[in-house]
Design a protein around this ligand. Structure first.
Ligand SMILES: [Zn+2]
Length: 679
């Protein structure tokens, strides 16, 4: 099973749906480089601070509109950018807090603040006066970044619907406001559905790792309660010998937020279709792809078809191997069920590749992986990290760090790495404040649900956990290194959304490199580095199942396009899940499951989940530029940093890729990766 990784870009995402890429510094009240949670003691103080910033944004907008002199960058673009700076901070911070804060009152307040920020962001994007003012700018003497920014801002205004008549704009505003509420309902239902699976006795945990069993003590009546969060559920899928336990876990896991989110999802789909139509697009998928690298929904769909075709033969071969392994246990079995796929794939890796994924966990204690990640990325990107203890945080378990480069503070970040009730239950990077050179330093957070964090628990991670950690940190590095432009609208991760997953997926590659792993993957008891032979075995074993994994991703991608590319009255989400599962995956669809109700991307990414695979194709191409024999060599890494990461959104993503590769990206490296067989 592949962990669904989510990137939440705070306002950049919200702005993508609002049409404006928010983020800039405010003069006076707005800009700050203090840690964002400083002085916040309760829901009241949080709300007051956020309200003050929104009020400041409104004043700034009024000031922009009141200008009667000739339009200049200083009297027009700067104030607009300052409005975006306040909106970025409020919307990112509220988005984070509503997802992670332990106190329910605080989360509710944050949701209300998000709604207010969403409303104002939409108002700005539909403000005809602001649009006309930007259109009247003479940028002929501006620098290249400024010219690009102005051109893109005008396009984003038009995508928001600013050029529609007033009644239409009012309808757009109402729909946008409603969609914020619908999205919050959707996310909240996922976050707060705390489903449990009960094992009747410890015997039912047969096959699970010893530390898993130790962490799950029986109650007085002998029963053991498991949650459906990753640290509890994923090991069950891979290791539990009891099929019944796996199946029950599968059913609960694939019904999170069901039935609550069925109607919420239908409503989200219908409202978005209506919105796209008001703006002049045939459907939401066409609308939302218009500002992406892929350019059209048709191109996105063709891309999915290409990936599906490329992965077909290998996926079928892999499936036959899994089926054969099952037949050893169940003679005559004709099919592998979805709740058996991870379990038998694991047995195949053990038998055919002599690799037991449990065998690497002792080398991946959470604290040493964390330190290793900091050391590796520090070396690659020429930065150092410093933990700071006196910084205010939203939960006592959260750690704060600063990133430094040659005496310059590059940014600040927060690690919130372990599960907690009512906390966002996937893995994501959350923006907190986009940086603007000379005005405010960037801040961002990693929100994960990795093992560890409890006294006495070393937090032994799977390799997949390690990869998730690197992936999310890839977003974080991007967001901090890119946070030094003069306009917030092109700073940080404000690049095309279908490029966003390229840097994060590329950083995953370092978790497969024996030399890199040897620097930090040390046995938590003996302190011995992970043997290179074990890493080689792990790599060989990982070649198995790739094509099946790609097919699973394409179910997500096509579902995400399909629910948004047609008349919403024709969308039956369960029927679509069933149809696509049957078409793309050999494991049959399981009646009674509804994974779409907890597929959070249907809100945040809406129609563009394809972006993960699109970005992966680019990531494989970029990674091919590195010297495989010395991945820690800084030369290519510095070029990558300077041409891909640091530019943020100051150039089209296709241009960034050309700057690094010297040509447009192509599929060769991705195809080589897909078809690479275990040697
Ligand atoms: Zn990601």
């Amino acid at each position: 099973m592949k962990t669904v990784r989510v990137l939440t870009l705070g306002l950049v995402l919200a702005a993508a749906s609002v049409g404006l890429r928010a983020q800039p510094p405010a003069v006076g009240a707005g800009a700050t480089s203090a840690p964002f949670w400083t002085g916040i003691t309760d829901a009241g103080s949080f709300e007051r601070a956020m309200d003050a910033r929104l009020a400041h944004a409104r004043e700034t907008l009024d000031r922009l509109l009141a200008v009667t002199a000739a339009r200049t960058l200083e009297n027009t673009l700067r104030p607009l950018d300052d409005v975006l700076l306040d909106l970025d901070a409020v919307s990112s911070q509220a988005g984070l807090i509503q997802s992670v804060h332990p106190d329910e009152k605080m989360r509710q307040t944050a949701e209300q603040v998000s709604q207010k920020a969403g409303t104002l962001a939409t108002q700005v994007s539909l403000n005809r006066g602001a649009y006309d003012a930007i259109a009247a700018l003479d940028v002929s003497r501006g620098d290249a970044e400024t010219k690009y920014y102005v051109q893109r801002t005008l396009r984003d205004f038009r995508l928001a619907g600013v050029d529609k008549d007033e009644p239409t704009r009012n309808k757009i505003q109402a729909l946008r406001d409603e969609l914020v509420l619908i999205g919050q309902d959707f996310d909240r239902n996922i976050r707060t559905d705390l489903r449990k699976v009960t094992a009747k006795s410890a015997a039912e945990l047969d096959g699970l790792p010893a530390d898993y069993i130790a962490r799950h003590k029986p109650a007085d009546d002998g029963t053991i309660t498991l949650t459906i969060d990753y640290p509890d559920s994923l090991p069950v899928f891979s290791y539990a010998k009891r099929e019944d336990l796996r199946k029950r876990m599968y059913m609960e896991y694939n019904n999170r937020a069901y039935p609550a989110n069925m109607a919420v999802l239908d409503k989200m789909i219908a409202k978005r279709a209506e919105l796209a139509s008001l703006i002049g697009y045939p459907n939401w998928a066409s609308y939302i792809t218009a500002d992406k690298m892929v350019e059209t929904a048709k191109n996105a769909s063709d891309f999915v078809d290409r990936i599906v075709a490329a992965s077909g033969p290998k996926a079928e071969r892999e499936y036959q191997v899994v089926l054969k392994r099952k037949q050893q246990d169940v003679p005559g079995a004709a099919v592998v069920n979805a709740w058996e796929s991870s379990y038998y794939a694991e047995l195949v890796r053990k038998a055919n590749y002599d690799f037991d994924s449990q065998s690497v966990r002792p080398y991946f204690a959470f604290d040493s992986v964390k330190q290793g990640l900091l050391d590796v990325t520090g070396k690659l990107f020429g930065v150092t990290y410093k933990q700071v203890k006196d910084v205010a945080v939203w939960d006592p378990s959260v750690e704060a760090y600063e990133m430094w480069e040659k005496g310059r503070l590059v940014g600040r970040f927060y690690l919130d790495m372990h599960p907690r009730p009512n906390k966002y239950n996937h893995a994501a990077q959350f923006g907190i404040r986009t940086g603007v050179e000379g005005r405010q330093i960037p801040e961002a957070a990693l929100i994960c649900n990795l093992p560890g964090g409890q006294p006495g628990d070393p937090g032994l991670m799977t390799h997949d956990d390690v990869t998730t950690f690197f992936h999310e940190f890839g977003h974080l590095v991007h967001s901090l290194l890119a946070g030094h432009h003069s306009w917030i609208g092109i700073s940080g991760i404000s690049t095309e959304q279908d490029f966003v997953e390229a840097p994060s997926q590329m950083l995953e590659e370092w978790t497969w490199d024996p030399a890199t792993l040897a620097t930090f993957a040390k046995h938590y008891q003996t302190k011995e580095p992970i043997p290179a032979a074990l890493v080689r075995q792990m790599r060989r074993a990982s070649e198995f199942g790739k094509a099946l994994g790609v097919r699973q991703q394409m179910i997500y991608a096509k579902l995400s396009l399909s629910v948004y590319d047609r008349d919403p009255r024709q969308v039956d989400t369960t029927a679509l899940v069933k149809e696509l599962t049957t078409k793309y995956r050999p494991y049959p669809y399981v009646e009674g499951t509804h994974f779409q109700t907890s597929f959070g991307h249907l809100d945040g990414y809406s129609a563009v989940y394809y972006t993960y695979m699109w970005s992966l194709v680019i990531a494989k191409d970029m990674f091919a530029q590195f010297n495989r024999n010395n991945l820690l060599d800084a030369e290519v890494a510095r070029k990558y940093r300077d041409t891909i990461l640091a530019p943020g959104g100051s150039k089209p993503a296709a241009q960034l890729v050309r700057d690094f590769l010297g040509r447009p990206f192509d599929f060769r490296a991705w195809e080589a990766w897909l078809n690479r067989e275990e040697q």
